[in-house]
Design a protein around this ligand. Structure first.
Ligand code: B12
Length: 229
């Protein structure tokens, strides 16, 4: 087990590998994290993701432009691919099925993939539609898979409006379906205004909220069954 000092050093290496878009450094730091017994979850959120937050600031300050962002994303994915299989499985008592994707026009998929990872480790059935997903595809996939939950990610003010259409269409087809939205420009207020059942600022809370929603959905279905009997 690494000392606190060693742990901070490795987290710093992961963070810097993303900021300096250094894929080799990302690979080495991710391997070192595992070798030194760091929690994979910790290494992802406090190393890689924390690096990407700094990259966002550099972009806003116009020190980084799109090409740098793309290379930073590549470096993050190299580390993530190594760490992801080591994230501890969680048994939270409830499992469900979820359709997830980034909405049409939007190719940001890191946040969506991290939310997906949390559902994976909790043993959910995950139907990942990827990024830049045509809005109707969410409705088609929910119907096809009869999923409990639909998760929509958007990272731009221009693309987030597509979520409202998906929410309206899904609720019209199936009022019981639970919908959760997230991504940097989204807020609790927007989620409520647009009729989503949940919003979460990060992946850990997304899972907790999903579990609560699915529990209440299953309870509602059980009660309806009992009333029928
Ligand atoms: C990396 C990045 C890119 C990469 C994306 C690579 C990839 N594979 O994803 C590339 C280079 C492709 C890119 C392109 C562009 N980008 Co960009 N990008 C970013 C950046 C720096 C980081 C995003 C990121 O990955 N963060 C790390 C992850 C872990 O965090 P996250 O995505 O927020 O996800 C967490 C939560 O939001 C939440 N969450 C996310 N989704 C969901 C879903 C659900 C259901 C739930 C519950 C929770 C949840 O949980 C996640 C994990 O904790 C952001 C800056 C920022 N502040 O966000 C800009 C940013 C999003 N981009 C921006 C812009 C403008 C663009 C471009 C238009 C630039 C251009 N001129 O071409 C293009 C658009 C391309 C397109 N059509 O989509 C703007 C958007 C502004 C706006 N408000 O509309 C931002 C905010 C930068 C800025 N400050 O201006 N970008």
């Amino acid at each position: 087990m690494a000392t606190e000092e060693k742990k901070q050093e490795i987290l710093e290496k992961l963070k810097n590998a993303v900021i300096q878009y250094d894929e080799d450094a990302s690979k080495e730091a991710a391997e070192e994290a595992l070798k030194e017994g760091l929690e994979a979850n910790d290494a992802i959120f406090n190393g890689l993701v924390s690096g990407m937050e700094e990259v966002g600031r550099l972009f806003e300050a116009q020190e980084y432009f799109v090409p740098e962002l793309l290379m930073c994303a590549d470096a993050l994915y190299v580390g993530l691919d190594i760490l992801k299989p080591h994230v501890s499985q969680l048994d939270l008592g409830v499992k469900g099925s979820v359709v997830i994707g980034t909405v049409e026009g939007d190719v940001h998929d890191i946040g969506k993939n991290i939310v997906k990872m949390m559902f994976d480790v909790a043993g959910f059935e995950v139907y990942d539609l990827g990024k830049d997903v045509p809005l109707d595809k969410f409705i088609e996939e929910q119907i096809k898979t009869d999923s409990d939950l639909v998760c929509l990610s958007a990272m731009m003010t221009t693309t987030m409006v597509g979520m409202k259409k998906v929410i309206d269409d899904l609720k019209a087809k199936n009022p019981d379906i639970k919908i959760m939205i997230g991504g940097a420009p989204v807020s609790q207020d927007i989620a409520e205004k647009w009729g989503a059942d949940g919003y979460s600022a990060d992946a850990n809370n997304a899972l907790k909220d999903a579990i609560n929603m699915i529990s209440s959905l299953k309870k509602m279905k059980d009660e309806a069954e009992q009333n029928k009997a």
